[in-house]
Write a protein that binds this ligand. Structure first.
Ligand code: NAD
Length: 307
């Protein structure tokens, strides 16, 4: 049996190779990007592992031996899932490999904003050690942390924020305001969380309902001096509105890992906002998450091939 990795943004496949070897399956790394390249590279393969390559109906029809497709990561938007289902091809993803890492990152952004770490570092390197230009920082134990989206990552972030001393509450349309979660986090309405938090951390999927959830109107409902953290999806936030709120000081700071356009454009006004802390969609990234992702993506398809 043969599994073809259609494409991967690196050439390290030690984890995948170990699982393939244990199952007695041949593994080939192709680095194909187009439909034709995938079809050419994957002839005779029983399964594909895919990062960004297009797995369309045409590709699947041209590769009748393929019985399983595994996606590196969460999203399956480069895969025609409907066609796969019709053709009897099992599709799998790895939805939760980065829960710990993304929640760690959200906390790292919140803490570096609360303590001005990046701003102070930037000033110091530029020769300024005076605290006069730095607005007073936050003592975490007196502050409230609001989580929008209490799913896997939101719940983990809430637990970690509470452990640091924040008072924590959250909003999720799947939960009744006035109740508490199984972790003891108070559930409130979205407006209560917006108006009652010093840090708001976003953990929602990008959907029609969550597109531009944070805009001029929602920012106005937030406390003056609040901080915004976004490790979910860039489109959840109206960038222009956030830039405006940072400039006016209504937002004390913003920690952003995801952007409406990625990579973040060179001329993005966010780059000129000194109270923004920016990371390049790196929340998921760790030695442990990468290892887990690679192992699980191939285990998923090996399980299908083993019947
Ligand atoms: P999840 O499905 O476990 O949780 C999402 C939660 O959001 C659910 O509880 C859902 O009910 C809630 N929700 C939906 N619409 C909402 C709304 N309008 N307001 C408030 N809550 C709403 O997902 P997850 O695994 O926790 O992932 C959360 C986000 O993190 C996703 O956007 C995902 O794409 C993103 N993510 C980012 C990275 C990164 O590297 N930056 C890595 C992995 C995931």
């Amino acid at each position: 049996m043969k599994i073809v990795i259609t494409d991967l943004d690196q050439d390290r496949i030690t984890e995948e190779q170990a699982v393939a070897d244990a199952a007695g399956i041949e593994l080939v790394l192709a680095q194909a990007r187009t439909e034709d390249e995938v079809i050419e590279a994957a002839r005779g393969a029983e399964a594909l592992l895919v990062q960004y390559a297009p797995i369309t109906r045409r590709v699947l029809e041209a590769l009748p031996a393929v019985r399983a497709v595994g996606r590196y990561g969460v999203g399956v938007d480069t895969l025609d899932v409907e066609a796969a289902t019709e053709l009897g091809v099992a599709v799998s993803n790895v939805p939760d490999y980065g829960t710990e890492d993304v929640s760690d990152h959200a906390i790292a952004l919140a803490v570096s904003l609360s303590r001005g770490v990046v701003e102070l570092d930037r000033n110091l390197r530029a020769g300024t050690t005076s605290l006069t230009p730095v607005k007073p920082l936050h003592r975490i134990r007196t502050r409230t942390f609001g989580v929008i989206g209490l799913g896997r990552i939101g719940a983990a972030t809430a637990r970690k924020a509470r452990a640091l001393g924040f008072a924590v509450h959250g909003y999720d349309p799947m939960r009744e305001p006035g109740t508490t979660t199984e972790d003891g986090i108070a559930v409130r309405t979205q407006d209560e969380v917006l108006a009652g938090s010093d840090v708001i951390s976003l953990h929602v999927p990008l959907t029609e309902q969550t597109h531009h959830l944070i805009t001029t109107g929602t920012l106005a409902r937030m406390r003056p001096g609040a901080m915004l953290v976004n490790t979910s999806r860039g489109g959840v936030v109206d960038t222009a509105a956030v830039v405006e709120a940072l400039r006016s000081g209504h937002l004390r700071g913003a920690g952003l890992d995801v952007f409406e356009t990625e990579p973040l454009p060179q001329d993005s006004p966010l780059r000129d906002c000194p109270t923004a802390v920016l990371t390049p969609h790196a929340s998921w990234y760790s030695e442990e998450s990468e290892t887990e992702l690679k192992r699980r993506v191939i285990e998923n398809v090996v399980e299908v091939l083993a019947g």
